[in-house]
Design a protein around this ligand. Structure first.
Ligand code: 5AD
Length: 446
């Protein structure tokens, strides 16, 4: 009897992706993961066992950029144990640095900018054949395969409406890293939304740096029309969009937010500053009064609306008085949440020429005062929600046993006890708010 040949099973290759920054990057990572999975490479949570490591970077502030370089320094050491390991720099730092990144990090295998994400599979193959590829820039023709997206959220499906940005905010690097603005045709957007609905997603999140500036390429339709078209598709339970640019919000868009119950009463509307002089130097194209008025209109249309915002403190030349005006705006507008950052000079932007740098200690102190003020306001708002009932989408497990987490339609995080029967991830369950923390609510299932 002849012995059966021994079959040595080769372990599947693994990839590891680390993602920084905005929702656009989150979706780009899902697209890269999808392409690798189509090649039979499987995800891992452990970078040390990966054969492909991708760092999907953010360059909106200097700190984010530094972080990705220090991570590259750590991961290249894994090549000592795994000679086959490929390391790729992706995202906005990749676009910004291009070739330079290959010079700076000797073990870096390839560089992929945000507009070239669809080419990842070929780039990996080219590298395996020896080429160190730099794929940056903004080609007219771009690959986007909706079937090659590893949609990792249990409940939220993301759809890009508009790429890049044509605004010229003087602090911002995004127009350089994500290129000129391009809207996607409505038919493509609707096809992708339908695809997500077929897969059972509860929530559709429309993405763009200035999402409400969407227009049908070569046509007349604007974002209000698009909202109407998507919100009325059968099966859209929750519709959200991020990020809106204040100046581009028209009365028709406000009206759509008011009339479609499935458009979530949550809106991220970055104000950046509460002082007109700073807004002017930032090149934002609106005044404090216009912003406040827009917030008023939105709340009139949708009384349960939760508004969140971004603020930059220590913009060049920001005076104490100008900062006080920002505090005043925060006081007046009562945001449900607020993301605030110390101004960080970015290469090629105009802001550094527009005023004297603010002392870093002064900027830190302003940031702390802003956070402290917001915390008080947020806690007050959250306390006022005690006793209210919400349908929450179940998003995960809590840190303590027996606890689960979810999101209200207004996007607040809710912690609730599972009760006898835990709720399925991605399902909707009704809860009553029983307590308030600064950044979340405690609730009971009803
Ligand atoms: N410095 C600090 N914060 C910045 N942001 C954008 N560019 C900078 C910068 N140079 C902030 C803005 C923006 C958010 C995504 O990041 O508040 O809305």
């Amino acid at each position: 009897m002849t012995a059966l040949p021994t079959i040595v099973a080769k372990a599947p290759r693994r990839f590891y992706i680390e993602t920084w920054g905005c929702q656009m990057n989150e979706l780009d990572s899902q697209r890269m993961a999808g392409q690798l999975m189509q090649q039979g490479i499987l995800p891992t949570r452990a970078p040390e066992e990966a054969d492909v490591i991708l760092l999907n970077s953010c360059s909106v502030r200097d700190k984010a950029e530094q972080k990705v370089y220090s991570r590259l320094g750590e991961y290249r050491l894994f090549k000592r144990q795994n000679a086959d390991l490929l390391i790729g720099l992706c995202g906005c730092v990749a676009q910004q640095e291009g070739e330079r990144a290959l010079d700076r990090v000797p073990d870096l295998d390839f560089v992929v900018g945000p507009a070239r994400v669809g080419e990842l599979a070929q780039i990996v193959s080219r590298r395996r054949q020896g080429e160190r590829v730099v794929a940056t820039g903004f080609p007219e023709e771009r690959t986007y395969d909706i079937d090659a997206v590893a949609r990792s959220g249990e409940y939220k499906g993301m759809v890009t409406l508009i790429e890049g940005c044509d605004k010229n905010c003087t602090f911002c690097i995004v127009p350089t890293t994500r290129g000129p603005e391009r809207s996607r045709p409505l038919a493509n957007v609707l096809a992708e939304v339908r695809h997500l609905l077929d897969y059972g997603f509860q929530e559709i999140e429309l993405l763009g740096q200035t999402v409400n500036h969407w227009r049908e390429p070569g046509g007349d339709l604007d974002f209000a029309d698009l909202l109407e078209a998507v919100a009325t598709l059968p099966g859209v339970c929750r519709l959200r969009f991020i990020t809106s640019y204040p100046r581009d919000f028209t009365p028709r868009m406000v009206e759509k937010v008011g009339t479609h119950a499935n458009i979530c009463p949550y809106l991220h509307l970055p104000v950046q500053s509460g002082a007109d002089n700073v807004l002017r130097r930032m090149g934002r194209g609106y005044t404090r009064e216009q912003y406040v008025d827009l917030a008023r209109q939105l709340r009139a249309a949708r009384p349960d609306l939760a508004l969140s915002t971004d603020i930059i403190v220590g913009f060049p030349g920001e005076s104490d008085d100008e900062f006080e005006q920002t505090l005043g705006l925060v006081e007046e507008t009562r945001f449900a949440s607020l993301y605030a950052f110390k101004y960080s000079p970015r290469p090629g932007t105009a802001a550094p020429r527009l005023g004297a740098p603010v002392d870093p200690d002064v900027a830190s102190e302003r940031l702390q005062r802003l956070f402290a003020r917001q915390e008080t306001i947020q806690k007050e708002i959250n306390l006022s929600l005690v006793g209210k009932e919400y349908d929450v989408v179940v998003t995960g497990w809590g840190r303590e046993p027996g606890m689960q987490m979810g999101r209200t339609p207004c996007h607040r995080i809710v912690h609730f006890a599972t009760g006898a029967e835990p709720a399925d991830l991605g399902s909707v369950t009704r809860v009553r708010v029983a307590g308030a923390l600064t950044h979340s609510l405690k609730a009971e299932r009803v």
